[in-house]
Ligand binder design. Structure first.
Ligand SMILES: Cc1cc2nc3c(=O)[nH]c(=O)nc-3n(C[C@H](O)[C@H](O)[C@H](O)COP(=O)(O)OP(=O)(O)OC[C@H]3O[C@@H](n4cnc5c(N)ncnc54)[C@H](O)[C@@H]3O)c2cc1C
Length: 484
């Protein structure tokens, strides 16, 4: 079997790349190690509840906004229906059992709400939000009118950190903490998070916020149907074990875990970049590049609880809650609560995500899914119980929480085939090497959340960015603009 392009990984980024390349008329194969496409997006069922895993909500999904345009350009929109989050407060922040702030949808309304909540900080709030807006107009795939030349195609991992930017605009610690709460959406603490990256993640959320009817599973199904329409061959249940090269060093295809060989003259790899060196023979990459990929640090590990409220309520209907912990702890002590799925049904299934101490599950790292030792199960039960205590204290509306399932960094590692199980793959922090879409090997390119930014928007954007390297950025951007 021979193809023009082979895409490794069937997550949001790989699916995007496969669709774009097939739309260009290339013969494309997509290989996903899991038994189903988009394992991170699909979620799972427990009892009467479907739990979303890798997609709860997103910015950029309003009509004509960037993610909406990407989906239109990919031919997915007919199969997807966005559902707006609560305009008066899509993300609500609680501290000590009281609601401290509700993020309204829309930059202007957010500015007004912040000014009301923090009198005397008006200048700083306006200045900070102007910086967020400005940062979102620089990237040529976030703002399709941004000039291509000289803009760079990636968010720089140098420059100002989020913490420095906050300190520049306000000396009010509560305001700083509030504006940093969304670092939980990419798992990097404010002192390490590049402001440009932070702005590119939160900017689209500040503009508009939607879920998808049917959640991440609907997105996975829309992609699967589109691949079938375009004649993309999909190989599931086995990963790529190695990339194959001619004696002259030209890429010629890949061998899968069951020994199947797929011929291809090009490859877009969307797996965690630290796994790439393991797929290519020694000598293909320069040692320094190899070392840099292998040394990539992961975003914060997380502990996730999937549960059900004992009392029917609509607290999480179209909105999420961030529970702040001790003042001095920040991200590590914040809990993110969202509905089990964000469809139109009344929400009483819930997902709670809290950070896990780095290395917290290291003791069991050699164990495999389904056969973990009793100590690991006891650790999970204890973590779940302490999370439930905090949630019940802060959200009496739930009438108590029953735990149906939990996941740790080991779950993420084994389920998503990543090296360490960090919540969002590679940690995009100040000073860290950021892999570019192009490698030194002709026709071997990278895409995915590790290359651009986490989030479905970041992953889809990275698929466009990488394919833009192949078929021309201007041409691809024109195609997206034509969907306005
Ligand atoms: C708990 C959680 C909640 C989230 N919530 C949201 C949200 O509300 N909104 C939002 O926008 N984003 C959210 N995200 C982030 C978002 O889901 C991800 O950033 C995005 O889906 C990543 O897509 P990707 O294609 O880069 O990576 P992945 O989806 O990880 O795709 C990479 C794929 O490569 C496969 N693979 C690995 N090795 C091989 C191999 N050797 N051969 C073949 N295949 C291989 C893996 O199995 C995997 O499917 C959330 C993430 C998590 C973990």
């Amino acid at each position: 079997m021979s193809y023009d392009w082979l895409v490794i990984g069937g997550g949001a980024s790989g699916l995007t790349a496969a669709v774009i390349l097939a739309q260009e008329g290339y013969r494309v194969a997509l290989v996903e190690k899991s038994p189903c496409l988009a394992p991170l997006l699909r979620g799972f069922r427990r009892g009467d509840f479907h739990f979303d895993t890798g997609f709860h909500y997103s910015g950029g999904l309003g009509r004509g906004e960037i993610l909406d345009l990407f989906f239109r350009s990919l031919g997915l929109s007919e199969r997807l229906r966005a559902t707006p989050f609560d305009l008066s407060g899509f993300d609500r922040v609680r501290a000590g059992g009281e609601e401290e702030f509700a993020f309204p949808v829309g930059m202007q309304r957010l500015e007004e709400a912040l000014c009301r909540a923090f009198p005397g900080q008006e200048r700083g709030i306006a200045g900070y939000l102007a910086e967020v807006r400005r940062a979102c107009t620089v990237h040529p795939y976030l703002d399709l009118e941004a000039p291509l030349e000289g803009s760079g195609t990636l968010f720089g991992l140098d420059g100002t950190s989020l913490r420095e930017m906050l300190l520049r605009w306000t000396d009010e610690p509560r305001l700083q903490r509030l504006l940093a709460v969304h670092t939980l959406l990419y798992g990097v603490p404010p002192a390490e998070a590049p402001f440009a990256l932070h702005a590119s993640v939160v900017g689209p959320y500040y503009q508009s916020v939607h879920g998808l009817i049917g959640g991440g599973a609907a997105l996975a199904e829309a992609f699967a149907a589109r691949l079938a329409e375009l004649g993309v061959d999909v190989f599931l249940g086995q990963g790529v074990r190695e990339l194959l090269f001619t004696p002259a060093g030209t890429l010629r295809g890949a061998r899968l875990e069951d020994g199947t060989e797929l011929g291809s003259r090009g490859c877009v790899a969307t797996l965690h970049p630290a796994l790439l060196p393991g797929l290519v023979p020694e000598g293909v990459f320069r040692p320094v590049y190899r070392r840099r990929l292998l040394a990539l640090e992961d975003s914060l590990p997380a502990f996730t609880l999937y549960g059900v409220c004992r009392k029917s309520n609509d607290l999480l209907h179209g909105r999420n809650i961030f529970l702040l912990g001790a003042d001095d702890k920040g991200l590590e002590d914040t809990i993110y609560l969202t509905a089990a799925d964000n469809g139109p049904a009344r929400a009483s299934g819930l997902v709670a995500i809290a950070s896990e101490a780095p290395g917290g599950t290291d003791r069991w790292k050699d164990s495999v899914r389904g056969r973990r030792p009793a100590g690991y199960e006891a650790y999970k039960a204890e973590r779940a119980a302490s999370l439930v205590r905090r949630i019940e204290e802060a959200c009496p509306e739930f009438g108590g929480v029953e735990v149906l399932a939990t996941a740790t960094a080991l779950t993420m590692r084994d389920y998503l085939h990543t090296p360490y199980g960090g919540l969002y793959g590679v940690r995009h922090r100040i000073g860290q090497f950021n892999p570019q879409p192009r490698t030194r090997v002709a026709h071997l390119l990278l895409a995915g959340q590790g290359v651009v930014a986490p989030g479905v928007l970041g992953a889809v954007l990275s698929g466009f960015l990488t394919c833009g390297e192949l078929i021309g950025h201007e041409r691809l951007r024109e195609r997206v603009k034509a969907c306005r």
